[in-house]
Write a protein that binds this ligand. Structure first.
Ligand SMILES: *Cc1c(COP(=O)(O)O)cnc(C)c1O
Length: 422
């Protein structure tokens, strides 16, 4: 039997850092990653046969639990008919129709292969449509790893403490303005678009302040800039219509990913028809993809979306509340300073006295405490993300019994951390 350590050793010889995405490395919490062998529902098993209750859930791509039979069947039956054609298919139309129906501001949609491609495309469309160059983003929001948007990113960029990235030139970010989250910036007529996570979930969980999103809408309208909601996490996770439906603010463009692929690689950018028609082959903004609208990804996505309705979101919301209050009590009882913010079905874990409202606040989380708690949880069989700026992703498979178990183990873990701190 191969071990986690052995695989990590081999991985490091042929893969930088041994991982295919930096957020999976244990750099900020110490130690080395477990290698997953299989997963089912709320659980993953590593190659050594250890079982973990999983709150990572592919960083939000999984909402129905791992290997949901309906999704697996859809993928298997699609695969038997071929995996990619380079010609349109009915399922692309069905998925696009489902997205247009569910997401209030989306009239037309282009399917891509990742969230990164979705935000990259949204930016290009906004610039092409407005004829302007400048882009406004918020510190601590993560929009994938394209050059123009990596600056002051959340998620792994925050975890590694990088200001942006080497390999991104000054000219590539010269037109990107970074401003603090939860404050409406004053714009001018040089701004093509404002891109925002309507509920920030890559610097821990930071909900929008009262009036923030409405203020952005009004300020964009005042200067003729487009408002882009990056709903790659929140889309079909807070509800079918995402944050925009829940909060009643309509962006011009919406980026989707994660949940809409049922665990397969996909992304989408959608919005007002007039704006979306700037895209080739109708308009002058070029964008393309060999595997876009992939038959397996659209099959998995359709299967997943077909099972997501109000009762499911109510159920996940209840689990999220149970988990938030349980974790908060477990950590509090142990005397650890922690806040477990919740917004609908999403929750965060912040080690500090006050809930953060922006990136500066989020960076005050005690990363050492997070790391200690992470490891005490992991040895007890509960997996959360190996980085203090990620959120927790309860889903359909996190039943009340599963959540109870997480909370019990979290209580033990917290007591051990407190004991070690003395
Ligand atoms: C994950 C994420 C992305 C990037 O999606 P990928 O599929 O990883 O490229 C973009 N925006 C947000 C808000 C995300 O959470």
């Amino acid at each position: 039997m191969t071990s986690n350590a052995e695989l990590f050793d081999r991985a490091c010889r042929v893969i930088p850092g041994g991982v295919s995405s930096p957020v999976r490395a244990f750099g900020s919490v110490g130690g080395s990653p477990y290698f997953v062998q299989k997963a089912e529902g709320a659980h993953v098993w590593d190659v050594e046969g250890n079982r973990y209750v999983d709150l990572v859930q592919s960083y939000g791509a999984i909402i129905l639990g791992h290997a949901h039979p309906t999704v697996v069947d859809a993928i298997l039956s699609a695969a038997a008919d071929g995996t990619s054609y380079g010609a349109p298919t009915e399922r692309e139309v069905l998925l696009a129709e489902a997205l247009v129906e569910a997401v209030p501001s989306v009239e037309k949609v282009r399917l891509v292969s990742s969230g990164t491609e979705a935000t990259m495309t949204a930016l290009r469309v906004a610039r092409g449509f407005t004829g302007r160059d400048r882009v406004v983003k918020f510190a601590g929001n993560y929009h994938g790893h394209s050059d123009a948007l990596l600056v002051a990113g959340g998620s792994g960029v925050a975890t590694l403490g990088l200001p942006g990235s080497a390999g991104v030139t000054a000219s590539q970010v010269a037109d990107t303005l970074v401003v603090p989250y939860n404050v409406v910036p004053e714009l001018d007529e040089t701004v093509a678009c404002v891109i925002v996570e309507p509920v920030a979930a890559n610097m821990g969980l930071v909900p929008p302040a009262e009036g923030f999103l409405e203020g952005l809408r009004a300020e964009c309208d005042r200067v003729g800039a487009l408002l882009i909601f990056d709903e790659v996490i929140t889309g079909f996770r807070l509800g079918r219509g995402g944050a925009q439906e829940l909060l009643g603010v309509r962006p011009d463009l919406t980026c989707l990913g994660k949940v809409i692929g049922g665990g397969l690689p996909i992304g989408a950018v959608g919005g007002r028809a007039a704006v979306m028609d700037a895209l080739a082959p109708v308009g002058p903004v070029y964008q393309a993809g060999t595997l876009s609208g992939n038959p397996l990804a659209t099959a998995a996505g359709l299967a997943a979306l077909g099972m997501l309705g109000p009762p499911v979101y109510e159920q996940i919301g209840a689990s999220a509340e149970q988990l938030a209050s349980g974790l908060s009590k477990a950590l509090g009882d142990a005397g650890l300073p922690a806040i477990v913010p919740r917004f609908g079905t999403l929750l965060g874990l912040f080690f500090g006295p006050d809930a953060p409202v922006d990136h500066d606040g989020a960076k005050r989380t005690d990363e050492e405490l997070y790391a200690a708690f992470f490891h005490e949880l992991l040895v007890r069989g509960v997996a959360i993300a190996p980085g203090a700026y990620e959120v927790l992703f309860p889903g359909v498979a996190h039943t009340p019994e599963v959540v109870d178990r997480i909370v019990d183990l979290a209580h033990e873990a917290a007591l051990e951390v407190a004991h070690r701190r003395g």
